[in-house]
Ligand binder design. Structure first.
Ligand code: PLP
Length: 413
């Protein structure tokens, strides 16, 4: 691809091809495809049968890479609410939340979030990505400091870039590194510490209790992204901060509807007394269309059902423990010593082996996520497995058998 001539439109004398910066990536991709593996980033779900099964390449496939932790996507009540909203409110709002895009359903889902977290305020965005972009860039401005874990999600980094604050990264999950960075910030400056409950690449949990203690002692506000813990972790599924008994000390919780809630959307909940002003000043909230009525209707029902999801949470923990122990026993290298969340990362020796393993698993009838740098820490290639509360015991056994077959075929175990 890199060696082909430029199309006529871009080939005028002296033109710099703005795509030349992608050449190294194009070469890696072409090199990988030349080995004969399928494009691991081009899979099509031809039909989706349930939260845990789909037809891919004409074959029934177990899904182990969807972040559909609580399996709400096919819940009867959730689907009925979506259909009803389509009938009653139409297919889309065609407008911003601050103009014509706030329907009864948007207020209802914000009420559901306030009840779910027992917090005073909830603001719904069109995606979790936009929630991070909007909240971080709006609350931390010129002269302020954002102290963030170096392994933070892209949406957190992009939110930092969009604002004008000074960015201070610290080593992943390192409490004393956080403390040292905070101590170096000039007296009187505004400080925002940004953490995640579960880090999605390796599935490890943050020591939020200690980190929040250190942050508060330094006079910082704290934002925690609980994208991968909402619905599952904590006695009421409110996330890692709830689990570690520090939710009351978190200033802003960011979350998404695209994982446990089972649809699309993002949010921020908070007890800050001035929170509502954000609706007027937060650009990724104001300058984009609001979520379709069917989406907010499904989200509201899903969130309310998640409040009572204790049995599902217990089963998901069982699944996570069984898969972790089984993969470890087979000889795979995993991202965490013990299961800490519903994400289990299998570390591959390199991208070639990772892609080959991904393809061999798909041939067995199992879909997982292939993750590679720059999304992964320390240049790792990972097969990321995310479990669902709807995976049956028999499916977990089948998954382990598939990993064993594929691992032996590719020579990873
Ligand atoms: C930690 C974290 N925050 C935010 C997001 C963005 O969520 P959404 O899919 O709703 O844009 C993700 C999605 O992968 C994530 O992992």
């Amino acid at each position: 691809m890199s060696t082909r001539p430029l199309p006529a439109a871009a080939a005028s004398a002296g033109a710099v091809d703005l795509f030349s910066k992608f050449d190294p990536l194009i070469q890696i991709r072409e090199g990988l495809l030349a080995t004969g593996v399928k494009d691991p980033f081009g899979l099509v779900m031809e039909r989706v049968l349930s939260p845990t099964r789909a037809i891919c390449n004409g074959k029934e496939t177990i899904l182990l890479g969807t972040y559909n932790y609580m399996g709400m996507t096919f819940d009867d009540d959730v689907i009925a609410a979506g259909k009803q909203a389509l009938d009653e409110f139409g297919s889309g709002t065609t407008g911003s939340r601050v103009l014509n895009g706030t329907y009864a359903g948007h207020k209802a889902v914000e009420e559901a979030l306030k009840d779910f977290y027992a917090m005073d305020h909830a603001m719904v965005f069109s995606t979790g990505y936009q929630a991070n972009l909007g909240i971080i860039s709006t609350i931390a401005g010129k002269g302020d400091y954002i102290v963030l874990d170096i392994d933070s999600h892209a949406s957190i980094y992009d939110g930092c870039k969009m604002g004008d604050a000074e960015i201070v990264p610290f080593r992943h999950n390192d409490i004393s590194a956080l403390e040292k960075r905070l101590a170096r910030i000039p007296e009187g400056a505004g400080k925002l510490v940004v953490l995640e409950g579960v880090y999605s690449m390796l599935g490890d949990v943050a020591p939020l209790k200690e980190m929040i203690r250190v942050s508060k002692a330094a006079g910082a506000m704290v934002l925690v992204d609980e994208a991968h813990s909402m619905g599952f972790i904590g006695p009421n599924g409110r996330g890692v901060a709830e689990d570690q008994g520090v939710l009351d000390e978190v200033d802003f919780v960011i979350g998404t509807f695209s994982k446990s809630v089972g649809t699309v959307g993002g949010f921020c909940v908070s007890n800050h007394p001035k929170f509502e002003i954000l609706r007027l000043v937060c650009r990724p909230y104001v300058f984009t269309a609001s979520l379709p009525p069917s989406v907010v209707a499904t989200a509201a029902v899903s969130i309310r059902k998640l409040m009572h999801g204790h049995n599902k949470r217990a089963h998901l923990w069982e699944n996570s423990k069984r898969l972790h122990a089984g993969l470890k026993a087979l000889g795979f290298t995993l991202g965490t010593e013990v299961p800490q969340s519903a994400i289990i990362a299998v570390i591959m020796p390199d991208l070639e082996k990772g892609a080959a393993m991904w393809e061999a698993l798909l041939a067995e009838g199992l879909y997982v996520n292939l993750a590679r740098p720059p999304a992964t820490p320390a240049g790792m290639t990972l097969l990321r497995c995310s479990l669902c509360a709807e995976h049956s015991d028999a499916e977990v056994s089948e998954i382990l058998r598939m990993f064993e077959n594929a691992g032996k075929t590719v020579g990873v175990i």
